[in-house]
Design a protein around this ligand. Structure first.
Ligand SMILES: O=C(O)C(=O)C[C@]1(C(=O)O)C=C[C@@H](O)C=C1
Length: 361
């Protein structure tokens, strides 16, 4: 490369590079097809999607990247290449909390890439049912927000479900005030999901103190309603703005600058270790004070760090409290196995909800 190169010369170099990239992508796609044939031969019910392998590939890409393209951008490109390769092996259906345009759909596409079919569901239980029945291979559900805390509806689903967690997605959530109107003073009503209204409480108090706040099932639903109603605005994200052709009256109105939502990928599959994994446990005790200590001590003794603990009243009668605990490590790691054996004895109920790679993107 030199500065004396003309525009034509640089463009012909780009053409030659594109040619090579295209050839290499097709070679990669053929290799993925060969992997699929081996998987099928070994097991007729094999899982084609391998979260641990995808996470390891994306981590390597980020680590070895030297630029000028940024590591996140490079990983996103490879995310899409892998998504297209997997679609050649098996077209994938991913259930998400609809309607179209929700942050859950954005999370599903971020995690799986755009070569999957995303299928909108009306509720979190519907997502679990769709995956349990095999109509969709995986589902994506929100589980906690950095401003508003845990989404109890999702945690409660794991009590009775046979599905496992096989991945997590972290999404920076930017909320926008969307409307047909071009003037804030025209807004009399604001529609959104209750979590989104809560995440923008200060902004609303300051800028729209007299507007009525109306809770609806999702922010995409809010955007859909506002597309048909003057004098109203929705709090929703970029995807919903595009889908329902709304103007952004104000952007990034979330109160917390690093407002992040964590989503879980659920499926009928147990992910293998990727080297950097997390395990989610559901445990029950009867006596909260002593019981909780009995759960946590074995983790500390085996050098396992805990990244999250949530307690829920069980509502089942058999025990008083349920704890949802995230630990670092995979259920196949020796120290995790040893700690789980102790927990099994100490708790009234222990369910490993899944071991899965830490979010990479
Ligand atoms: O390695 C595999 O098992 C593959 O199927 C290949 C591949 C890839 O494109 O690299 C595709 C899909 C899987 O989820 C993981 C990786």
């Amino acid at each position: 490369m030199s500065d004396s190169e003309s525009l034509e010369q640089i463009r012909s170099r780009i053409d030659a590079l594109d040619n090579q990239i295209q050839e290499l992508i097709n070679q990669r796609a053929a290799a993925a097809q060969a992997v699929a044939r081996i998987k099928q031969r070994e097991d007729a019910d094999a899982f084609f999607y391998r979260p641990e392998r995808e996470a390891a590939i994306l981590r390597t890409i980020k680590q070895r990247n030297t630029g000028p393209m940024g590591s996140e951008e490079m990983a996103r490109l490879f995310r899409e290449i892998m998504s297209a390769c997997l679609a050649l092996e098996l077209p994938m259906r991913i259930a998400f909390l609809g309607p179209a345009g929700t942050f859950t759909q954005a999370a599903a596409l971020k995690h799986f890439g755009h070569s999957v079919e995303t299928v909108p569901m009306q509720s979190i239980p519907d997502i679990f049912r769709e995956v349990e029945s095999g109509n969709a291979q995986y589902g994506v559900v929100p589980v906690e927000n950095s401003t508003e805390g845990v989404i109890n509806h999702t945690l409660d689903m794991f009590i009775a479900s046979s599905l496992s967690i096989c991945g997590e997605v972290m999404m920076r959530i930017h909320h926008h005030l969307l409307s047909q109107e071009s003037d804030l003073s025209k807004i009399k009503r604001v529609y959104s999901h209750q979590q989104s209204l809560a995440q923008c409480r200060l902004w609303l108090d300051r800028n729209l103190p007299h507007a009525e706040q109306i809770t609806v099932g999702s922010n995409a639903e809010a955007a859909r309603l506002v597309g048909k109603e003057s004098g109203s605005a929705a709090i929703a994200g970029e995807m919903a703005a595009e889908l329902y052709h709304l103007k952004g009256l104000a952007r990034n109105i979330e109160d917390e600058p690093d407002n992040t939502t964590r989503f879980l990928v659920v499926g009928r599959q147990l992910a293998s270790p990727s080297g950097e994994d997390k395990t989610t446990l559901m445990c029950a005790t009867r006596n909260v004070a002593g019981g909780l200590n009995a759960l946590l001590a074995p983790l500390a003794e085996h050098g396992i760090s805990m990244s999250r603990i949530e307690s829920r009243p069980s509502r089942q009668g058999n025990w008083d409290y349920l704890f949802f605990i995230d630990i670092n490590g995979h259920r196949e790691d020796e120290n995790v196995q040893q700690a789980l054996a102790v927990l099994e004895r100490e708790s009234r109920l222990l369910k490993v909800l899944g071991s899965y790679p830490n979010a990479v993107l």
